[in-house]
Design a protein. Structure first.
Length: 481
């Protein structure tokens, strides 16, 4: 697609950031209507509502206002205010995990019911601390709680079958399912569950290196064939096929270490970086460099800071990053399209822009950036580069640029480039000559009726029509000037 921009201003501005987008930060706290600033989980349902689990009830947020669900609502109470997690089932109903059991909110009526009133048999989850609720690849629901792991299976007639899959003396803290594999954690151990022919799940080893990690496991995250494990004593990267385990431990003297060993949550940004919640801010891990950057309440490489360092949960929604904290409510990172960096001429930088007055900017189909200046010639910055290549008009050289004031730029359907000037017509650069430029000049010649009528060119647009006659006989399309 052709991308052309003519600037009337004299300064070239460009969006830049360490991330793919610059971000701004906003805070949603009790001052804005949040039930409490201790946020343990954030979830977005299929209708676009955000559900925020707090230590003082469950909040539904529509982007403007909060609706609160708690024990103080006499008509439709949520009997436990300490909410740990939320999930949506295949019928659109909201499942609510609390420190005192599991609850269901009916999508149509909004009525909140205990699990006993909804499931096919008494689930024995009352007064159990629910650690997580996860929907699997089959739309069944898995529930980790302080005494085991349970599964809710939805039948074709919408009955909900409850089954305890694994009994435990301690809490099941995290759950992963990918490619048909189920990984579960409790205490310092990660193990697998395998379904046998009788429909029962058996515990099997997930690998010798995962039987006893140094710290208690808080979270697991699967990404690109790797299992990331966040514990109370470090972050671990595990490759199941080779059983290779790499540890990332906090060390202020090393760039490839997290800011804290206590890892609370893991998610992934839209541009592929891992987002890691810790007790000392948000960590951003870049696969390409194997390094971490931090956003904390004290400092940030991104010019933004958290209002509380204890990150309890992370939720990514398109380009927005929702960060739940222990005392600061929600820190919401959203793209800031108003952040600009000035790119200008510098006499100390040979790769800077050749002149500050800019007439035209064009990004070609290969991602390279062309900039036409006033009396500064033509500038090219190739994709991924930070410096410009300069092309100038050279007196007596008919293969150079015809004039140093470049007013417009386009690329035709064969990939060749056309540069209009404000003083000496237009120039053609064949794509094959891009790396060793040879410019073909076309300008006004009073003796030729087929020449340009003026050397002051303000715009060029190619089309695909058959050409009856023109500047270049071999072209099979029109060039509008």
């Amino acid at each position: 697609m052709k991308k052309t921009l003519i600037l009337s201003s004299l300064i070239l501005l460009s969006l830049v950031s360490s991330w793919s987008l610059p971000y701004k930060i906003n805070y949603l706290t009790a001052d804005n209507g949040l039930s409490r600033n201790l946020v343990s989980h954030i979830f977005r349902d299929s209708r676009g509502f955000m559900w925020i689990s707090t230590s003082n009830g469950l909040d539904r947020y529509d982007g403007y206002d909060f609706i609160h669900f708690n024990s103080r609502n006499s008509e439709n109470p949520l009997k436990s205010d300490n909410v740990s997690c939320v999930e949506e089932d295949r019928n659109g109903n909201i499942l609510i995990g609390t420190e005192n059991g599991l609850y269901f909110m009916n999508y149509h009526t909004g009525e909140i019911s205990s699990a006993d009133a909804v499931l096919d048999k008494k689930p024995d989850l009352e007064f159990k601390a629910i650690k997580f609720i996860k929907k699997d690849e089959s739309n069944d629901i898995w529930i980790g709680y302080d005494k085991g792991l349970a599964k809710l299976h939805y039948t074709s007639d919408n009955q909900i079958k409850f089954k305890v899959v694994y009994h435990s003396t301690t809490a099941i803290t995290s759950f992963l399912q990918f490619n048909g594999n189920i990984f579960v954690s409790r205490d310092k151990e990660v193990f697998q569950l395998i379904k046998n022919g009788n429909g029962k799940y058996n515990k099997v080893s997930a690998g010798a290196k995962l039987k006893q990690l140094p710290g208690n496991i808080n979270v697991m995250y699967y990404d690109n064939g790797l299992i990331w494990i966040g514990t109370s004593l470090g972050l671990y990267k595990y490759e199941p096929t080779s059983e290779n385990l790499v540890s990332y431990l906090a060390n202020s003297l090393r760039a490839n270490s997290p800011s804290s060993n206590n890892i609370t949550d893991i998610d992934k940004s839209q541009n592929g970086q891992l987002l890691i919640g810790t007790l000392i801010g948000l960590n951003i891990y870049d696969y390409r460099t194997d390094r971490f950057e931090y956003i904390t309440s004290e400092s940030s490489s991104y010019g933004i800071s958290l209002n509380n360092n204890f990150v309890s949960c992370i939720f990514v929604e398109n380009n927005s990053i929702w960060i739940g904290t222990e005392k600061g409510g929600i820190n919401l990172l959203t793209p800031d399209f108003n952040v600009f960096t000035n790119i200008a001429y510098s006499p100390d930088d040979r790769g800077s822009l050749s002149k500050n007055p800019v007439n035209a900017i064009y990004e070609d189909r290969f991602g390279d950036l062309w900039v036409g200046t006033v009396e500064g010639g033509l500038n090219l910055r190739k994709q991924g580069a930070n410096s410009f290549i300069h092309y100038y008009s050279q007196s007596g050289n008919s293969k150079s640029l015809s004039h140093n004031s470049v007013s417009c730029i386009c690329q035709d359907y064969k990939g060749d480039y056309w540069f209009g000037t404000w003083g000496k017509g237009i120039n053609r650069l064949k794509y094959k000559d891009k790396n060793n430029p040879v410019f073909q000049q076309f300008y006004n010649n009073p003796a030729s009726k087929k020449s340009l009528v003026s050397d002051l060119v303000s715009a060029i647009v190619p089309d695909e029509k058959i050409m009856a006659y023109g500047l270049v006989p071999e072209m099979d399309w029109n060039l509008w000037i």
